[in-house]
Write a protein that binds this ligand. Structure first.
Ligand SMILES: [Zn+2]
Length: 95
């Protein structure tokens, strides 16, 4: 059987997503969002509105570790998805 790198990546990313889901239920994460602050823009955001974001995206080799997971408001989340990496770097350096 041929070894398909893309299939392996997909499986690894699925496993990391699963890990992130579990961490989202943890006391560690509940304490993180209880502060109610977005990691990127530092704006006060209600804990319910904070999403979990990977600093280094899974698709780029990031992992679901506590050091790579940060609370992120919806606006930053959307921006991160829409902007090019360079534009994103500029956006977060503006805060
Ligand atoms: Zn934000």
């Amino acid at each position: 059987m041929d070894f398909d790198l893309n299939d392996w990546d997909d499986a690894a990313i699925r496993a990391e997503r699963q890990k992130a889901r579990q961490l989202r239920q943890s006391q560690w994460w509940k304490r993180r969002i209880a502060k109610g602050v977005c990691h990127y823009c530092k704006r006060a955001t209600s804990p319910a509105a904070l999403t979990m974001d990977h600093l280094v995206p899974l698709a780029r080799g990031g992992r679901s570790t506590k050091g790579n997971l940060v609370p992120c408001c919806k606006e930053c989340n959307n921006k991160k998805r829409q902007l090019l990496p360079m534009e994103w770097a500029e956006y977060i350096s503006s805060f």
